[in-house]
Design a protein around this ligand. Structure first.
Ligand code: HEM
Length: 412
C-alpha cells in the first residue's frame, strides 16, 4: 500500500474514498499499516462498526496510543489529552456527566443568533471578494473562521489568535504525519494558552462554557486542573476542526453535484438535509479514536488477537453499499437515514446539536447569498490535508460562475 492509495492518508482528492472502497470490497475488517511503524485494524462495514463501538472487549487506548503522543512530556500529555474521548467507564462516565451539566441543550440553542451574526459577517466578506471577480479559498475565509469563532464565543475565549490556533490544531491532528518536534511544540504552546484561559475565568468568571466548566459540580465531584485544560482542548479542537472540514466537504459535495446545489438554492430550508447527507457522503471524522482489544475478537471471520489497535472508519461505514445503495452519490433525498458520522455508543459526539446548527445556518446562508457559486479549479485537482483523524481538504477555491479566470485566486 503506497501513500497515494492509503485509505487514511492519500492526499489527491477522491483517492481516500477510492482506496476505502477497494478495501471494503474485500471485507469489513482490514490490517492497515500506519506511519511511524505501527498498524491498525480498520473496520469499514457499517454493521460491524456499530457493533464494535459498543463492544466492551474494545477499550480506548488512552492518551499515549501513538508514538507521537508518547513523545510528549507527561505533564503536557495529562494537561491536553486526558479527556473523555480517550477514557473508559467509569472515568468516561464521570467526565461526560460533569461536562454535560455545563454543555447543555439550552446553552447550544442560545448560540443561534450569535452563529448567525458570525456567519453573516463571513458571508458578507466572501461575497465582497467574489463580486470583485476573485477566486477565494472558502475553507480559509468561511469554513474555518465560522466554527472557530463559534466555539471561542461559546467557551468565552476572547483573544482568539486564528493563525496560532490553526498551527496548533493542524499539528495536533496531524499526529504521526508531521515531524515529532513540531507536534511537541504545538502541544506545549496550546497548553500554556489554555492554562491562561482557565486562570482568567477564575479571576473574572463570565456566562461562558469555560467558566461553567470551572464551576461544574456533581455532588462533591469536580474537574481537576488537568481535566479542565484537557476538556478545553477537546472542545476547541473537536469544536472547530471537525465542523470546519465537514462544512467544506459539504460545500464540495454540493458544488460537484450541481443538481443538488440547485435544489438547495431553490429551497434553502433544505440546508438540514444537505448537511446531513454530507455527513454521510464525505465524513470529516475519518476514524474513531483508537481502541485496544482486551480479548480476542472475531469480527466477521477476521480474528484480532488481544493487545491490537482497532479503529472504525466512519467514511467507510457511511459508504457501506449494504447499508446505503449507490453510496458514492450525494443525494439530499437520502438524508434521515442513520449514519455514523458522529460516532456511536458512549463516545457519541457531545457537540452534535451544535455542529448541526452551524451546518444548517452556514449552508443556508451560502445558498441564499451566492447561488451562482462554483469550484474555481477542477475537483480532481483538490488535495486532502495530512491527518489520520480528519478527512478534510487543503483548500476549497470557489468563484462566482462567469468570474474571469485571469483574475487568479487568492489564498485566504
Ligand atoms: C460536524 C462536526 C462534528 C463531527 C463530524 C464530530 C464527530 C465526532 C465523532 C465521530 C466522535 C466520536 C469519536 C469516537 O468514538 O472515537 C465525537 C466525539 C466528540 N465530539 Fe464531535 N464532532 C463534530 C462536532 C463537534 C463539536 C462542535 C463539538 C463541541 C463543541 C464536539 C465535541 C465532541 C466531544 C466532546 C466528543 C467526545 C464524546 C465522548 O467521548 O463521550 N464535536 N465527535
Amino acid at each position: 500500500m503506497s501513500i497515494d492509495d492509503h485509505p487514511l492518508i492519500a492526499a489527491p482528492n477522491g483517492a481516500r474514498h477510492a482506496a476505502l472502497a477497494a478495501l471494503a470490497a474485500t471485507g469489513p475488517v482490514h490490517w492497515v499499516p500506519l506511519p511511524l511503524e505501527t498498524h491498525v485494524w480498520l473496520i469499514t462495514g457499517f454493521d460491524e462498526a456499530r457493533a464494535a463501538l459498543v463492544d466492551d472487549r474494545l477499550v480506548k487506548a488512552g492518551a499515549d496510543a501513538t508514538p507521537a503522543l508518547r513523545s510528549l512530556r507527561p505533564e503536557v500529555a495529562t494537561g491536553l489529552h486526558y479527556h473523555m474521548l480517550v477514557k473508559n467507564p467509569p472515568d468516561h462516565t464521570r467526565l461526560r456527566k460533569l461536562v454535560s451539566t455545563a454543555f447543555t441543550r439550552s446553552r447550544v440553542e442560545a448560540m443561534e443568533p450569535k452563529i448567525r451574526r458570525i456567519c453573516d459577517g463571513l458571508v458578507g466578506g466572501l461575497v465582497e471578494r467574489l463580486n470583485r471577480g476573485e477566486s477565494v479559498d472558502a475553507l480559509a475565509v468561511f469554513a474555518y473562521p465560522l466554527p472557530l469563532g463559534v466555539i471561542c464565543e461559546l467557551l468565552g475565549i476572547a483573544d482568539t489568535d486564528e493563525d496560532r490556533m490553526r498551527v496548533w490544531s493542524r499539528a495536533l491532528l496531524a499526529d504521526g504525519t508531521i515531524p515529532v518536534e513540531e507536534f511537541v511544540r504545538s502541544n506545549e504552546e496550546l497548553l500554556v494558552f489554555l492554562r491562561e484561559q482557565v486562570a482568567q475565568k477564575r479571576r473574572a468568571p463570565g456566562e461562558d462554557l469555560l467558566t461553567a466548566l470551572t464551576q461544574a459540580r456533581d455532588g462533591d465531584d469536580r474537574l481537576t486542573e488537568d481535566e479542565l485544560t484537557s476538556m478545553a482542548a477537546l472542545l476547541v479542537l473537536a469544536g472547530h476542526e471537525t465542523t470546519m472540514n465537514q462544512l467544506a466537504n459539504a460545500l464540495l459535495a454540493l458544488l460537484t453535484h450541481p443538481g443538488q446545489w440547485a435544489k438547495l438554492c431553490a429551497e434553502p430550508a433544505l440546508a438540514d438535509e444537505a448537511f446531513e447527507e454530507a455527513l454521510r457522503f464525505d465524513s470529516a471524522t475519518q476514524v474513531s479514536i483508537p481502541a485496544v482489544t482486551v480479548a480476542e475478537m472475531d469480527i466477521a471471520g477476521t480474528v484480532i488477537p488481544p493487545g491490537e489497535l482497532v479503529m472504525v472508519s466512519l467514511p467507510g461505514a457511511n459508504r457501506d453499499p449494504k447499508r446505503f445503495p449507490d453510496p458514492g452519490t450525494y443525494d439530499l433525498a437520502r438524508a434521515g437515514e442513520t449514519h455514523m458520522a458522529f460516532g456511536h455508543g458512549i463516545h457519541h459526539c457531545l457537540g452534535m446539536p451544535l455542529a448541526r446548527l452551524e451546518g444548517r445556518i452556514a449552508l443556508r446562508a451560502l445558498a441564499e447569498a451566492v447561488p451562482d457559486l462554483e469550484l474555481a479549479v477542477p475537483a480532481g485537482g483538490l488535495r486532502r490535508a495530512p491527518s489520520l483523524l480528519i478527512n478534510g481538504l487543503e483548500a476549497l477555491p470557489v468563484r462566482r460562475s462567469g468570474a474571469r479566470p485571469e483574475t487568479g485566486w487568492a489564498e485566504g
